[in-house]
Design a protein around this ligand. Sequence first.
Ligand SMILES: C[S@@+](CC[C@H](N)C(=O)[O-])C[C@H]1O[C@@H](n2cnc3c(N)ncnc32)[C@H](O)[C@@H]1O
Length: 281
Amino acid sequence: MKPLLKWAGGKARLAPEICEAFAGPCSGTYLEPFAGAAAVALFRLQRGDIGDAVLTDVNHKLIAVHAAVRDHVDDVLEELAAMPYDDWKERYYQVRAAYNDGPFKGPAHAARFIWLNRAGFNGLYRENKRGEHNVPVGRYTRVSIPDESHFRKVSELLRGVHLSADDFRTALTRAGKGDQVYCDPPYVPLSATANFTAYCKAPFGLPEQIALAEAARDAASRGAQVVLSNHDTPLVRDRIYRLDRGFRFHSTPEVSRAISRKGDSRVAVSEVIAAIGPIAA
Ligand SMILES: C[S@@+](CC[C@H](N)C(=O)[O-])C[C@H]1O[C@@H](n2cnc3c(N)ncnc32)[C@H](O)[C@@H]1O
C-alpha cells in the first residue's frame, strides 16, 4: 500500500527489502520511531506481518495527519474536496498561511498538509526557525491527490495503530522482548561537506546518530529486533552501526534519489540496511 504523502527518504520502493531484514512476522509490537509517511508500516500492515503497531515521529503536525486519516477519513476527504484545484497556483501561499495559523490537528489541518505536500515544491516538507512551513509553490501542471479508495484503505490499515509525536529516544524505550523496530532516521550526509538533513527545527547530527545506535542496542538487549536504514558510508559502517557492538548488515540497495536543490539531478546512492538483536541476556 503506497503512502498518501510524498516524503523525503520515503521507503515505498525499499519496503520489501527492509522486511527481509526482519526474522519474519512480528509476534510482539511493531514500532517505527521515524514514521514519516509510514511506507514500511503500511506495507507490513497490508501483508498481515504485524498486529500491534506504534508509529511515532518527532513531527507532531505529521502525526496529526495520520491520526485524522485513521479517525476521520470522511471529514478529511470533504475538506480536501474543498481545496483549490483550478487556481491552485494563485492560492498556494494563502493555503500555506492558513496552514501556518493552525490548529495543527484535525481534518482541516490534515487536508491542508496533504494539499501542500502535493502542491508544494518537490513534495518537500520544510520549516523555518519559527517552525513555519516555508516550501514554495511546486512546478506541477495540476495538483494530484490520491483517490478516495486509497484514503479509505490507508484509514482501514491504520485502525488500531497507536500514533504519537515523540522523539526517537522516548519511542525506543518502549521496545522489549518479541518486538520489532524499524528506524529510518534522517540520513548521514553522503560527503563531509554536505549538511545533515533537517526535516524540522531540531537538527539530526552525528550525536543523534550515535544516540540512536545506542538506543537500538539497548532495545536489542531487552529482546527486541531492530532494523535501521542509512546511507552506506564509512562513517555509518565503522562508527555508527559497529560490528563489534553487535550490528550486522543486510543488503545494500541502490536507490535513485534527487540530490540537487532544483530536484532535477538524480543519482544512484547506496543505502545500507543494518540490524541488531535480539541479544541474548
Ligand atoms: C527518512 S524520514 C522517514 C521516512 C519514512 N520511513 C517513510 O517511508 O516515509 C525521517 C523522519 O524522521 C523524523 N525525525 C527527525 N528527527 C527525529 C527525532 N529526533 N525523533 C523522531 N523522529 C525524528 C522526521 O520528521 C522524518 O519524518
